[in-house]
Write a protein that binds this ligand. Structure first.
Ligand SMILES: Cc1cc2nc3c(=O)[nH]c(=O)nc-3n(C[C@H](O)[C@H](O)[C@H](O)COP(=O)(O)OP(=O)(O)OC[C@H]3O[C@@H](n4cnc5c(N)ncnc54)[C@H](O)[C@@H]3O)c2cc1C
Length: 521
């Protein structure tokens, strides 16, 4: 993997010692701390503009909030109620940009919004969806339609009280893979991507000098600009790394999800309105499962230790039971995860009312290198956030043209509606692939599938089977090309095969990877 350009100062502790002893500290234009969607998106955009970029992530890519979202690429229908039109318009428009950019990873989804007696009236939903259909320059996604639920298969999974619903369009993705694809493309364009590398300190003169720690070794790097893209860690980063007061207006907001075995047979998602006017999704997930979420509550504590509470799991089960005929209990939960948003606090009293737009604060003290801090944002709007960040820094980094709007992410260089064709082609080229296996690989890797399957003529040519349809060849690719280092990197962030492997298979995978690392992978 890309490792060039960083100056290594083994086992030293003091910054002064490092700088005195190591004269040739490498310069970057831009150092980004945080390998979530925002850090990876900015790294890609900046590298594509010809800037020299360093991205450091203390754990795995997307190990923070960016693997714990609802995984929607959406305008956010509910945000219309708050009058957040700019945010909704930008998200709606991004759906189509993202579909073109990564047709393997972003897929259109239809959402069924049942009219809930006593919550929001029919005319209100109709008006909201009319605006949603027309606000963001929708081109390929189908428009909203109204459904009579009695006798319609989409009504069958629902409790009997529903009579009408609306069906509208948005998109879904794999959030963690989206981060990895951005990092991959950034690296291909020259960015240095360092995972499992923690930024310990950042000192500012006319340049930033960063002390980084990776696997017990210290390194130092310098950059003209620093971006704090640490998501829910931005306050902690300010305090302990920048040694500055915690940023004002920071609000942390926790949300949890549960995953259960599939609760309905079709491919639409449901949008449930709760009595307190919240919205909870029940979405088809990984073909055999249903994803239910989210909760919303203020958060304090270590974002690295966030987990769904038993109360949140019970709440999400209760919402599902209130709306669906199928019964769901905490014992049915096969996976649960939680994430924390770092929001710019606009003084709202309820977490769900706090503004979800991104805010970029630039601290440009005279004669000193600038710092840009990223608040909030959505998976959906990361590309626009990256453009906005580079615009804000143009006075230092130079104004270079934006380019990502018409770009493709790795593996996404095929037609927007070409996934089925690519799956068919894969099965022609590698006839031993089962349909589900080919589909999973195409949806994850797009046209890069050939880098995994190569000249294999039978399944055994792909190395050992490591659980579900995971093979040694795929794991080797993920370790070599996508920064995977642990079983969880592979099972939960590069794929969702964690839903399908046993504990024994997970241990075998961990050993396979440890052995490969031992051999120098
Ligand atoms: C419950 C929930 C549901 C959501 N659903 C959606 C959705 O459906 N659609 C949508 O568009 N958006 C959604 N979002 C919003 C979206 O997930 C977030 O805005 C986005 O993931 C934030 O990304 P980030 O890069 O800012 O932060 P993160 O992904 O948290 O990345 C920050 C990274 O910084 C690293 N880091 C911290 N300190 C250091 C250090 N000192 N050195 C090195 N690295 C460090 C962390 O390890 C972490 O990986 C949701 C958010 C939540 C919480």
């Amino acid at each position: 993997m890309q490792d060039a350009g960083l100056h290594i100062a083994y086992q030293r502790t003091s910054l002064r010692e490092i700088i005195r002893d190591e004269a040739a500290v490498t310069d970057f234009d831009l150092a980004i701390v945080g390998g979530g969607i925002n850090g990876a998106g900015i790294a890609r955009d900046a590298a594509g503009r010809g800037l020299k970029v360093l991205l450091v992530e203390q754990n795995d890519l997307a190990s923070g909030t960016s693997s714990a979202s609802t995984k929607l690429i959406h305008g956010g229908l509910r945000y219309l109620e708050h009058g957040w039109f700019r945010l909704v318009r930008e998200g709606l428009a991004e759906r189509e940009v993202m579909l073109r950019m990564a047709p393997h990873l972003i897929r259109p989804m239809r959402f069924v919004l049942p009219v809930e007696p006593g919550v929001r009236p029919l005319w209100f939903l109709r008006l909201g969806l009319f605006i949603y259909d027309h606000l963001g320059g929708r081109r390929t996604l189908p428009a909203t339609r109204s459904i009579g639920l009695l006798g319609d298969p989409l009504g069958a999974p629902l409790k009997g009280r529903y009579r009408r619903a609306f069906e509208y369009s948005d998109c879904a993705t794999d959030d963690a893979r989206l981060v990895v694809l951005n990092a991959l493309d950034a690296a291909a364009r020259g960015a240095v991507i360092r995972t499992r590398t923690r930024c310990l300190s950042a000192d500012r003169t006319d340049l930033w000098t960063l002390v980084l720690e990776a696997r017990g070794r210290r390194e130092v790097a310098s950059a003209r600009v620093l971006i704090n893209a640490t998501g829910p860690w931005i306050g902690e980063f300010a305090r302990s790394v920048l040694r500055e007061p915690a940023p004002e207006h920071l609000r942390l907001d926790k949300g949890s999800h549960i995953v259960v075995r599939r609760l309905f047979g079709h491919d639409r998602g449901y949008v449930f309105q709760t009595q307190d006017r919240r919205i909870v999704f029940a979405l088809p997930f990984e073909h055999d499962f249903t994803l239910i979420g989210t909760t919303d509550s203020l958060f304090a504590g270590d974002p690295g230790a966030v987990a769904p509470s038993p109360e949140e799991i019970a709440y999400l089960c209760a919402i599902a039971n209130d709306h669906l005929r199928a019964a769901v209990s905490p014992a049915d939960v096969v996976w649960a995860f939680a994430g924390v948003r770092s929001l710019y606090d606009d003084g709202s009293t309820k977490p769900q009312d706090t503004m979800r737009d991104y805010v970029l604060l630039v601290d440009a003290q005279a004669g000193k290198a600038p710092l840009l801090t990223v608040y909030g944002g959505k998976i959906t709007t990361y590309r626009r956030l990256a453009e906005a960040a580079l615009d804000r820094l143009a006075h230092v980094l130079g104004a270079r043209p934006a380019w990502t709007g018409e770009s493709r992410l790795p593996g996404g260089d095929f037609a927007v509606d070409g996934v089925a064709r690519l799956i068919a082609q894969a099965r022609e080229s590698w006839p031993f692939l089962a349909e589900t296996h080919a589909r999973r690989l195409v949806e994850a890797y797009g046209t890069r599938i050939s880098r995994i399957l190569g000249s294999a003529r039978k399944l055994d040519d792909l190395g050992p089977r490591l659980g579900a349809d995971l093979t040694g060849a795929e794991v080797a690719y993920l370790m070599d090309q996508e920064w995977a280092r642990t079983a969880d990197d592979v099972l939960w962030r590069r794929s969702k095969l964690g839903l399908r492997v046993s504990t024994g298979e997970r241990e075998r995978l961990a050993k396979f990877m440890a052995d490969a690392i031992g051999r120098g992978a």
